[in-house]
Design a protein around this ligand. Structure first.
Ligand code: MTE
Length: 333
């Protein structure tokens, strides 16, 4: 049901997320993905001219931490397939604060208007000393490195991204949690003036999600500040986002303003919207289908290639041990 006389990739927000079905995350996403799935050769489409000027607008050239890039690549984190070209990944983003028109450059274009500074991150909850810290102080207190990570969305698309950032466990150490802290909860900003999606009150803003302390201190859990060797453009979740490459992408909260150490398991935004479809663990598993998307295979948005999905998105060696004693939990939903 593409709109006639529009470019083939055009997908208005109303089509991507019909208001009548917005309570269901899977329906909302499915409308967009159903259309996406019908688009052969997405890479070829998106590498053409950028009609909305999204990339230019999102250029983080003035970022105060620009001197820290490019950071050295950590050779422990490599890929067996090519990195997704930036002009594709930077224009195919899920960031509902800026709309759900994932394929029409508009997320990047609208997100580019979000001010990057001042940006203060509140660190609170069960910590020795709750505090509010400017993002530049956090970034400069950390040792930045580049890692090549697989990135897998529950919508069954994937990409390969050269993130720059620092291990989440370093931030945990910086925060000095108390022994009662069992989970880390991440929260995105609220500013409907720059984030028009936040005027859609059907979503329980702010975007939140969380991980256990064991997950947070696993080597793979990464705080992203940059991508493609420079500070991250806004649509990627600047100035600070999570990357949890063994989990579906919705766990990787973008544009974080609050990090809380808590005793209770946080309930993420999508879990609040549709708890039967979006659980807390959300680890990638090809054998456990989402109610609307088989997870058996995935489409690489860079190459257009479809390939089999791998348990824990290929990171079983690093993370499977985290879950071995967890019985009766829906680890893959
Ligand atoms: N974080 C916020 N704040 N808002 C969002 O809508 N979308 C999530 C996640 N983090 C989202 C978010 C989803 S569904 C995915 S798949 C990834 O971001 C997409 O990250 P990318 O656009 O960098 O590929």
């Amino acid at each position: 049901m593409l709109i006639r006389r529009r470019p083939r990739w055009h997908l208005p927000e109303s089509a991507a997320t019909p208001e009548s079905v917005y309570f269901s995350r899977r329906q909302a996403l499915g409308a967009g993905v159903g259309l996406a799935a019908g688009l052969a050769g997405l890479g070829a489409l998106l590498t053409g001219t950028d009609p909305a000027g999204a990339q230019a607008a999102g250029d983080p050239a003035g970022d105060p931490t620009r001197d820290l890039y490019p950071a050295p690549r950590n050779p422990a984190f490599t890929l067996d397939h090519p990195v997704t070209p930036e002009d594709i990944s930077a224009n195919y983003n899920n960031f509902y604060e800026f709309g759900s028109d994932q394929m029409n450059y508009s997320v990047a274009r609208i997100a580019a208007k979000m001010p990057r500074r001042p940006w203060v991150v509140k660190i609170d909850g069960l910590v020795e000393q709750p505090r509010e810290v400017g993002i530049d102080d956090i970034i400069r207190a950390m040792k930045l490195e580049e890692r090549l990570y697989r990135h897998r969305c529950v919508e069954a698309w994937s990409m390969a991204v050269p993130w720059t950032g620092f291990p989440l466990k370093d931030l945990v150490a910086y925060a000095k949690p108390l022994s009662g802290a069992k989970y880390v909860r991440f929260e995105t900003f609220v500013n409907p003036k720059v984030a028009p999606g936040q005027n859609r009150f059907v979503y329980p803003w702010p975007y939140v999600d969380g991980v256990t302390m064991a997950e947070a201190t696993n080597d793979l859990a990464f705080m992203v500040t940059g991508v493609y060797g420079k500070p991250a453009p806004n649509q990627f979740g600047a100035p600070l986002r999570l990357a949890l490459p063994w989990k579906y992408g919705f766990k990787s909260v973008k544009s974080i303003v609050r990090i809380s150490f808590v005793a209770e398991r946080p309930v993420g935004l999508w879990e609040q919207v549709q708890g039967r479809e979006y659980g807390f663990w959300a680890n990638v598993n090809p054998a456990v289908p989402h109610p609307r998307w088989s997870q058996a295979s995935e489409r690489d948005i860079g190459t257009g290639e479809r390939r089999p999905t791998v348990i824990y998105n290929g990171y079983a060696e690093e993370v499977a041990g985290l879950y071995k004693d967890l019985k009766g939990e829906s680890l893959f939903m």
